[in-house]
Design a protein around this ligand. Structure first.
Ligand code: H79
Length: 442
């Protein structure tokens, strides 16, 4: 009898140890909504692609091509590529300045590369010598400096991390040219390198988001993605994780291929969804042609395009993750800074129509008008980027009978009249900003 009780209590003890790992894949909708709230309200983030690939800056042996992919583009042998680590010495890196730039842009979160596909770790990892502290002369904890500056500046700090790794022998994917082992053991890489490195990152830098990439290699499976998702949220329950943790991404459009795919949000890359998204989603886009720093890339998007993108994405219920690629000296390129500043100036006037808003079913009218709604549903915002004859004609969304309507950044209410079934709004003689303007109505 006594023996039986002992056995039963032992079994209960063992099973509770097993179930101490919570299954976050079965999170309720309410819990997810709560966890995602800050992210949903943030709307605008800054992506930073920075690593030792900024040293070659898009050129190898006199030939152009490749940025953060340069190792693959030019089939650079591992031993040769490693030499860039010894040259990476960004003396002008100033985390506070980067955060200032982000804040002036109106950015609410930063996602920086802790490790890209090249496998170089941008922090002092106990698991490798191929990292910024052991292999570079810089000897500074970049991620700590940046995460501290973010915390001080009220900006969320997040990390991009590549599952694919061209440097770890056990991670060598089928068909990879960076084959430096005979029998790669992917499970070993996963259990003894990838997961412990991520645990290290969470412990040291407390990221709000983990942004995975490089999940398309054949060794990575949806089951491994779900396992990783759960592993990470058990370490930090409030963590937000993108959909590239698993295999659910459907091409560059980045939306879920199947319903129970792992990850909290979809990740269209270099494109914006054609209509309002069904799930949480974020468009990541470059500000010129490349993610990583490329000396010869001067193809900067105009401030008009960047603001139009932000408005379009917001109206469709998504977030905009806009990238910068800092130089090997540690500077965010001037043309990026200028454009970000223009966005920030625009947001100072129009922020109410962007942050903490919902995209609507009616998210646009024609090519020049987009609609957003305040989270509480009280206000509708019509954002337009073409102001002809000092008037605006609205056909689809109308103000409440007898209500006052305003332009953000202008004190006096605007005069409006019904014209047939449409609404004609007289615009102020002087507009409060460049690029696009917002009508606020009930
Ligand atoms: O980090 C930046 C790029 O280096 C990285 N993602 C951004 C954020 C990137 N990696 N690859 N690509 C961009 C393009 C790769 C596309 C493909 Fe595919 C991978 C084509 C086939 C495999 C996309 C994913 C389409 C199918 C799976």
């Amino acid at each position: 009898m006594k023996k039986n009780i002992l056995m039963i209590s032992l079994m209960i003890l063992m099973s509770s140890a097993v179930f101490a790992q919570k299954n976050y894949l079965e999170e309720s909708k309410e819990a997810k909504t709560k966890r995602m709230q800050w992210w949903d309200d943030a709307t605008f983030g800054m992506f930073i692609h920075w690593g030792i690939y900024s040293v070659p800056a898009g050129e190898y042996n006199g030939k152009g091509g490749g940025a953060e992919w340069i190792m693959e583009t030019h089939k650079i042998p591992t031993a040769e590529y490693e030499k860039y680590a010894a040259q990476f010495n960004p003396q002008q890196f100033d985390a506070k300045q980067w955060v200032e730039i982000a804040k002036n842009a109106g950015v609410k979160y930063i996602v920086i590369t802790s490790k890209h596909h090249d496998g170089f770790s941008m922090w002092d990892s106990k698991l490798t010598k191929y990292d910024i502290m052991d292999a570079s002369p810089f000897k500074r904890d970049i991620l700590k400096e940046l995460s501290d500056a973010c915390k001080a500046g009220g900006i969320k700090f997040a990390l991009y991390h590549s599952i694919m790794d061209w440097h770890q022998p056990d991670a060598m994917s089928k068909g990879s040219i960076h084959q430096n082992t005979v029998n790669p053991d992917f499970n070993k890489y996963r259990e003894e390198y990838l997961k412990p490195q991520l645990a290290e990152l969470i412990k040291k830098y407390d990221p709000a988001i983990l942004w995975f990439d490089g999940e398309w290699i054949p060794e990575w499976t949806e089951a491994q993605g779900k396992d990783l998702y759960n592993y990470l949220r058990n370490i930090k329950p409030s963590l937000i994780i993108n959909n590239r943790v698993g295999k659910g991404r459907d091409g560059m459009q980045g939306v879920k291929k199947y319903k129970d795919a792992a990850g909290d949000y979809d990740t269209p890359e270099q494109e914006i969804l054609a209509g309002a998204g069904q799930d949480y989603w974020e468009s990541c886009m470059t500000i010129n042609n490349n993610w990583g720093y490329v000396k010869a890339d001067h193809n900067w998007k105009s401030s008009q395009t960047l603001i139009d993108n932000l408005v379009d994405i917001t109206a469709k219920g998504g977030n905009y993750l806009l990238n910068v690629g800092p130089s090997p000296e540690g500077l965010i390129p001037g043309p990026s800074v200028e454009r970000l500043k223009e966005m920030g100036d625009w947001l100072k006037v129009n922020k109410e129509a962007i942050y903490a808003t919902k995209g609507g079913k009616t998210y646009k009218e024609g090519e020049h008008i987009r609609f957003t709604q305040s989270n509480n549903g009280k206000f509708t915002y019509a954002i337009f980027n073409k102001a002809d004859n000092n008037e605006l004609l609205l056909k689809t969304v109308q103000p409440k009978e007898g209500s006052k309507i305003y332009m953000l950044g202008v004190k006096e209410p605007l005069v409006w009249t019904k014209k047939g079934g449409d609404v004609l709004i007289k615009l102020p003689a002087e507009l409060p900003c460049k690029y696009a303007w917002t009508i606020k109505m009930m």
